[in-house]
Ligand binder design. Structure first.
Ligand code: 9UX
Length: 72
């Protein structure tokens, strides 16, 4: 793993929401670790760019039911 990105997540209102997103991200092949901060509505994800792209990470969040916007 040698890449990290930050994603803004809209629609999370409780810790179950943020846990759901975290699990969704960590289940994606190529993701090493994902941290979702509910208070600031952001995720930081470390991943292997040869296996997965930030676009796929956005998709995983959207599929879990939340709006996702790439920050960096
Ligand atoms: Mo918490 Mo989130 O009760 O979709 S799980 S609001």
């Amino acid at each position: 793993t040698n890449q990290a990105c930050r994603i803004r997540i809209n629609g999370m209102t409780c810790t179950s929401c943020s846990s759901t997103v975290e699990r969704a991200l960590e289940s994606v092949n190529g993701v090493e670790r994902a941290h979702v901060a509910l208070a600031i509505e952001e995720a930081e994800i470390h991943y292997d760019p040869s296996l997965v792209s930030s676009e796929k990470l956005l998709e995983a969040i959207e599929n879990a039911g939340f709006e996702a916007i790439l920050i960096s």
